[in-house]
Design a protein around this ligand. Structure first.
Ligand code: MOS
Length: 748
């Protein structure tokens, strides 16, 4: 990892950045004090294990339930024969995320690793043995595993699985008028989240009240969905999710195995624990679906786009609709007089894909950024210069201004730090001292800024400390710390004096930890809650003749370091402790909500931007690729905590390198099973694969995106990086690889 001179720090932590505090949860995590869902062991606990299909398509013809039930310790076996009915039909999609869940509806097998029974026992060992004794027999049909035998379909016009078709201008005319047309096809494989913590749940019913210990990215929404399935009020469901060992989108969506454990707990009137094995996570809990993408780019003599056409075919299951919205990546990045982005679906015998870190943008920008590199090559223009010539000053298609867009600065700063200016235009020009081919590539990074409704509470206490609360989720991104910082600022307190509670659904709804929008969404609610508490406190002081703030009601007060100051004369101040004491109050409670101004959201295009530069070295004899440097420069509005943000960018960039060179679920065409469904063979990078990373935090002030000026940082790092690495591989070797991951066999 590189270290910077002090002058560089100013650039890295831009003028609008807050304190780089370390994670509040760090000590708990490294000392083992943090508890995860499966660490909970309530009185009378039973253990559940799912039996899963070993075929991808067909029918279960027999299950030896008697043998499983006869095993000592086995309490019950759930199958389609005896699974209790649900209040909401599981075949019907549940809003708002609208996924059908698989909970033993029938004997049909729709994908490998589909739960086909649930064995519940007094011990984990007995449940595991019981599941083995079921000895399932199948009637298998040939699985549809790829583009050749999948069933293509037009996605419905609306819904989560239906990325909208975007079209403006005349694409065919633009291509016809172009000096050069670049046309190529790209493939991205199925990828799996592989969170360190598998999906797990401990479910406990008391009458019609349900408590769930589970990793969860969307507490309130999940409570409402579970309540609907069981026909109980949403407030009867409590989800406790203090820590998540990774989520990446997979823990925002309900899934079959966890539901089955909850069903079993109700049926047996005892708490039930279920934790998926690593292998069982390749199927029922979402993944990034395969894509086949085609790009056509028309360019005129001066290197300006005349047309951009991005067409994606995205895989989904046979029983649901979610499509990786890859072509969306082309709709908001480059200026083109004509643009078309469209999707088609492909039904395979797989578990339903779902959101996985930068859904659509990751796979789509992989194709787009390589295609842009190819278009630049076709007209012999430097790839960075080519992107600058096609810089979108307003949002393509809509013409809306950007709420802020420091992408030009990202390009400039990233290029400068990387040393891009000395890059030769042609490939295969650079070698290192060992004779390895060296290549430099770049890509643009972009991620939209959605906003989720959220609520929060802030309690100022008589001792001058505060408690702030919101039911958010920290899956490792540092939400505990960044959200507490936002609240502390609004409360005019040092973060050390602010206690932060989160991760349980009984707190005010913290919204969704997803869409790279958690800090902005839950953070704004906390900010408003803090301000609300301060207003109440100020009212006590300004209406009290003995207070130095008496009569300052119309002038206003400033909250700082645990004191309120008159805005017009900051020397006149009083501490929170004194104000509360005189008012005879033990505490003051403020509440806040988070919403974006709908008019601003309509008027402005809102995105985080960035530029990623990659260096690779390739062994000319073996084709082995090593990423030797990654420099990303990102602009994402106001930075609450630069240390955590840098860490998010690193994580994203590492995932990008992983996408480019490592990750792929390899499916056996005969059985439809993932053959590398474990962390030994599903390759993700280790430290040795990522030798040098740099993330530059480019200053950006955004007055419109939300009142905090905060954009998202969680997902953007993947976008741009995949293309940067692939383009560097081309620059090193002259091989243009359009199928991810790039492998040795593509390069010799
Ligand atoms: Mo993410 S795929 O928004 O958790």
């Amino acid at each position: 990892m590189s270290h910077d001179a002090p002058s560089a720090q100013i650039t890295r932590y831009g003028s609008n950045a807050g304190q780089p505090l370390t994670r509040r949860d760090g000590l708990l995590k490294v000392t083992g004090g943090a508890t995860y869902a499966a660490d909970n062991n309530p009185e009378g606990l039973l253990y559940a294990v799912t039996a899963v299909s070993t075929i991808a398509r067909g029918r279960v013809t027999s299950l030896n339930v008697a043998a499983a039930k006869a095993h000592p310790g086995v309490v019950e076996v759930l199958t389609p024969e005896n699974r209790p009915p649900l209040a909401h039909d599981p075949n019907d999609k549940m809003p708002p995320f609208g996924f059908r869940i698989e909970v033993l509806q029938d004997n049909t097998v729709r994908y490998a690793n589909q739960p086909i029974a649930l064995v519940v026992a007094e011990t984990l060992e007995a449940a595991t043995e019981g599941a083995a004794l079921l000895n399932p027999q199948f009637e298998a049909e040939a699985p549809r595993t790829d583009f050749l035998n999948g069933v293509r379909f037009q996605p419905p016009a609306v819904g989560i699985g239906s990325p909208p078709k975007v079209e403006h201008g005349d694409v065919e005319a633009g291509l016809a008028a172009a000096a050069r047309v670049m046309e190529a096809e790209y493939e991205t494989p199925a990828q799996y989240h592989n969170a360190m913590e598998p999906h797990a749940v401990v479910a406990e019913w008391k009458g019609d009240r349900l408590t769930l210990d589970m990793p969860n990215q969307a507490l309130a929404m999940s409570c409402a969905s579970y309540a609907a399935y069981f026909g109980i009020p949403a407030e009867n469901v409590v989800i406790r999710s203090p820590f998540l060992g990774g989520g990446f989108g997979s823990k925002a969506i309900l899934n079959g195995p966890q539901m089955l454990a909850i069903i079993a707990a109700r049926m047996l009137k005892r708490p039930v624990k279920l934790a998926l094995s690593r292998a069982q996570m390749y199927g029922p809990v979402g993944h990034r679906g395969n894509t086949w993408q085609k790009l056509r780019i028309g360019v005129d003599e001066r290197g300006h786009l005349t047309a951009l056409h991005h067409r994606a075919i995205s895989a989904t299951s046979t029983f649901d609709e979610f499509l990786e919205p890859s072509a969306n990546a082309s709709t908001h990045l480059y200026a083109s007089p004509a643009l078309r982005a469209e999707h088609e679906g492909l039904r395979l015998d797989v578990g339903t894909p779902g959101p996985m870190r930068a859904p659509g943008e990751a796979s789509g920008s992989a194709a787009l950024e390589v295609a842009m590199d190819e278009a630049a090559e076709a007209v012999r223009i430097d790839p960075l210069e080519f992107r600058l010539r096609n810089y979108a000053e307003t949002e393509p298609g809509t013409g809306r201004p950007y709420s802020s867009k420091a992408l030009r600065e990202c390009y400039a700063e990233g290029a400068r730090r990387f040393g891009w200016a000395s890059r030769p235009l042609a490939p295969r020009q650079m070698r290192d001292d060992n004779g390895f081919l060296v290549g430099w590539g770049m890509g643009t990074a972009l991620f939209p800024c959605p906003h989720f409704p959220a609520e929060a509470r802030a309690t100022l206490r008589a001792d001058g400390t505060a408690l702030v609360e919101t039911a958010g989720a920290d899956m490792g991104q540092g939400a505990w710390t960044a959200l507490a910082q936002i609240a502390a600022e609004a409360l005019g307190l040092d973060p050390d004096r602010v206690e932060f509670h989160s991760g349980v659904s009984t707190l005010p709804d913290g919204g969704v930890a997803g869409g790279s929008a958690h800090t902005a969404s839950a953070g704004l609610a906390l900010h408003n809650a803090g301000r609300d508490a301060i207003e109440t406190l100020a009212a006590f002081a300004t209406s009290e003749p003995e207070s130095p703030l008496f009569g300052a009601g119309n002038i206003g007060v400033v909250a700082r370091n645990g004191r309120l100051h008159r805005r017009d004369d900051e020397s006149r101040s009083e501490s929170y402790v004194e104000i509360l004491k005189r008012a005879g109050q033990s505490e003051v409670i403020g509440s806040g909500r988070s919403a974006r101004d709908p008019e601003l959201a309509q008027a402005y295009a809102m995105y985080s931007h960035g530029a990623v530069f990659a260096e690779v070295k390739v062994d000319p004899d073996l084709g082995q690729v090593r990423v030797t440097r990654l420099v990303g420069a990102f602009a994402a509005g106001r930075i609450i905590n630069p240390r955590l943000v840098e860490s998010q960018y690193f994580g994203g960039m590492i995932w990008g390198a992983s996408f480019a060179l490592h990750e792929k679920a390899v499916v056996d065409r005969r059985t439809g099973r993932v053959m590398n469904g474990d962390l030994a063979e599903y390759h993700v990078p280790v430290n040795a694969d990522i030798p040098s990373l740099e993330a530059i935090l480019v200053p950006e002030v955004d007055p419109y995106v939300n009142p905090l000026g905060v954009k998202g940082v969680g997902e953007i790092g993947i976008t741009g990086t995949v293309g940067a690495v692939a383009n560097a591989v081309w620059h090193a070797t002259g091989f243009r690889v359009r199928k991810f991951p790039i492998r040795i066999e593509n390069l010799i």
